[in-house]
Design a protein around this ligand. Structure first.
Ligand SMILES: [Zn+2]
Length: 142
């Protein structure tokens, strides 16, 4: 039996998670699934310009595992771009920080997610703070 994979730490969640080529009909469209840890690997290496060692440490994986993740990510994106496939960013085996957020204006409490990252969903105030941090894990591999 294969060893269960360790959680990869992910800090970034994209606002847009679906990309499709214009002009291709839905019936002909094939989709490539890019996992969240694969996107994170490309972000750290190709956008933040960290070296392999730093990237691996950030994601709590070995250098070899990091290399495997980013190789897979780049291959998927290259295939999508050259053969006109859609990219669906979802799933993976990752951990992230989850915040319990409190609004200083109206005392409303809620769980942090991408859609309410900067404003209180109740009163729209930006005076919000994270008062409890938890680790959450997603182990749904697609
Ligand atoms: Zn509020």
């Amino acid at each position: 039996m294969p060893r269960p994979k360790k959680c990869r730490k992910v800090e970034f969640f994209p606002e847009y998670t679906y990309f499709k080529p214009i002009g291709k009909s839905i019936e002909d469209l094939e989709e490539i699934i890019l996992n969240l840890e694969e996107l994170e690997a490309m972000r750290l290496k190709d956008i933040e310009n960290l070296n392999q060692e730093q990237c691996a440490r950030k994601m709590h994986v070995s250098r070899q595992t990091f290399q495997n993740i980013i190789d897979s990510a780049r291959q998927k994106v290259a295939i999508a771009l050259t053969s006109g496939k859609a990219i669906n960013i979802t799933g993976g085996i990752y951990c992230c920080k989850k915040c319990r957020v409190k609004c200083m204006e109206c005392d409303y409490e809620y769980d942090f997610d991408i859609s309410n990252a900067s404003k209180c969903p109740k009163c729209g105030s930006s005076k919000i703070y994270c008062y409890k941090k938890d680790q959450i894990c997603n182990r749904i591999s697609e």
